[in-house]
Design a protein around this ligand. Structure first.
Ligand code: ATP
Ligand code: MG
Length: 411
């Protein structure tokens, strides 16, 4: 079969394949970019596989970085773009359920495709658009099936992360899992314990954001993979996933922050410290954890009707924006507008915006070192400004500081 390579990313990269060919090697586009172009989806990045060994690739492309050399990957710079070029390889036995004990470079494309995870990811495309499909990936693409290359049981036994990848692709593409592939996942789900949580998270986040998450939820729940997620049992995660599915059902778009917040809400983690522990365990960054915690608190506030300006003070404009989009999608436009008005009506959105800071207060009171009083005064000014009892104006606040200090000294 021959395809028209019209995507600009392909067009730009064809000379890279041709360069390798002109030195007598084979070179192909492989993996996700082939799959996505056959699905008529835009491609986001390109992977190239070649019969040239890494040192041969290096000598053809003088500008290169050796980032994944032990796996046969050389990143080359070509006409200002960088490309990952990976030598065809086979993988030996896996004794730790996650990494091959050894990889060997080979000259044969067929051998390289056998180590790939799913048939739809194991196709190769050459510079002329000829498709090489040794595992019936095209048929599975048409039948909308995710099928392991070779014996599913063996392939998941080798690398347990592939099970997470299977549900990730199901959620992104809306495909079914072919029955042997699915049975193997159910049988081997416990091997997920050998995989680092960070790698699981990357696939899990893509699963939560998949366009077809809702349709493949029953599959995910019955896969038993959730039983091996951190800290809580599978049942608890199932509740979380149900809540997530329910929340996103009318949304065209949602962020990973919202996805986590909806999940946690469904898992009934009402204590902030429990959420914190779980999110830490999932290896999320502190910044991401704070965003999720904040959004979680915001939806709880809204549920409890706590939407006065003062209730919204501690939230960032990003969280308010996410909430607004969410409420509009849920046909609660007037509530969205009310919350937006209340938020915008706040004189300040952060203590840093106060017309006075701690050192100003020390100067006004002629103090030479700080102390608890400064914090108290700042708290007081902040509250009064948010409540509109004081205007955020330097002179007005100066006077308030003096009054506060006087009554403090009198008492
Ligand atoms: P995406 O569009 O999300 O990047 P992708 O299919 O390109 O999807 P990658 O994780 O970028 O996924 O991997 C590129 C290719 O490498 C896959 O298409 C697959 O052929 C192969 N691959 C990746 N991870 C594995 C794995 N754990 N086991 C076997 N093959 C894998
Ligand atoms: Mg990719």
């Amino acid at each position: 079969m021959k395809l028209d390579l019209t995507d600009p990313l392909f067009l730009k990269a064809i000379p890279v394949l041709k360069e390798l060919e002109s030195h007598g090697y084979e070179a192909y586009f492989v993996g996700g970019c082939v799959r996505d172009s056959l699905l008529n989806k835009g491609i986001s990045d390109i992977d190239i596989a070649t019969s040239a060994f890494p040192e041969e690739v290096q000598s053809i492309f003088p500008k290169h970085f050796d980032v994944g050399l032990e796996h046969g990957t050389v990143v080359v710079l070509f006409h200002g773009e960088s490309y990952e070029i990976t030598t065809f390889r086979t993988e030996s036995t896996y004794s730790d359920y996650r990494r091959p004990d050894q990889v060997s470079f080979v000259r044969d494309l067929v051998e390289d495709t056998k180590r790939r995870d799913f048939t739809i990811n194991a196709m190769a495309l050459d510079a002329r658009g000829v498709l090489f499909d040794y595992h019936d990936g095209l048929k599975d693409l048409e039948d909308q099936k995710i099928r392991a290359v070779g014996q599913a049981h063996d392939r998941f036994q080798e690398d347990a992360l592939r099970m997470m990848r299977a549900i990730r692709f199901a959620s992104q593409l809306g495909f079914e899992l072919e029955s042997q592939t699915y049975i193997a996942i159910q049988a081997l789900s416990k091997n997920l314990a050998y995989i680092s949580i960070e790698r699981i998270r990357i696939e899990f986040e893509k699963t939560m954001l998949g366009r077809h998450f809702n349709c493949c939820l029953p599959l995910i729940k019955e896969s038993h993979l959730l039983d091996h997620f951190p800290l809580y049992n599978g049942q608890r995660y199932c509740l979380g996933m149900d809540a997530l599915a329910n929340e996103i059902s009318d949304l065209k778009d949602y962020s990973i922050v919202q996805a986590w917040a909806f999940l946690l809400r469904g898992m009934e983690l009402s204590e902030s410290s429990d959420r914190q522990n779980l999110l830490k365990k999932w290896t999320l960054s502190n910044q991401r954890i704070n965003q999720i915690q904040e959004y979680y608190q915001l939806i709880v506030n809204v549920e409890n009707g706590a939407i006065q300006p003062i209730d919204l003070y501690s939230f960032s404009s990003q969280s308010i924006e996410l909430l607004e989009d969410y409420l509009i999608a849920k046909e609660q436009k007037s509530l969205a507008a009310l919350i937006r008005d209340h938020f915008d009506s706040l004189a300040i959105h952060d203590r840093k915006e106060l017309a006075l800071n701690g050192s100003d207060i020390m100067q006004i009171l002629d103090m030479h070192h700080g102390g608890p009083l400064i914090g108290q005064i700042l708290d007081y000014l902040e509250t009064q400004v948010i409540k509109n009892n004081l205007r955020n104006d330097r002179l007005i606040l100066e006077k308030a500081v003096q009054d506060y200090s006087k009554s403090y000294n009198d008492s």
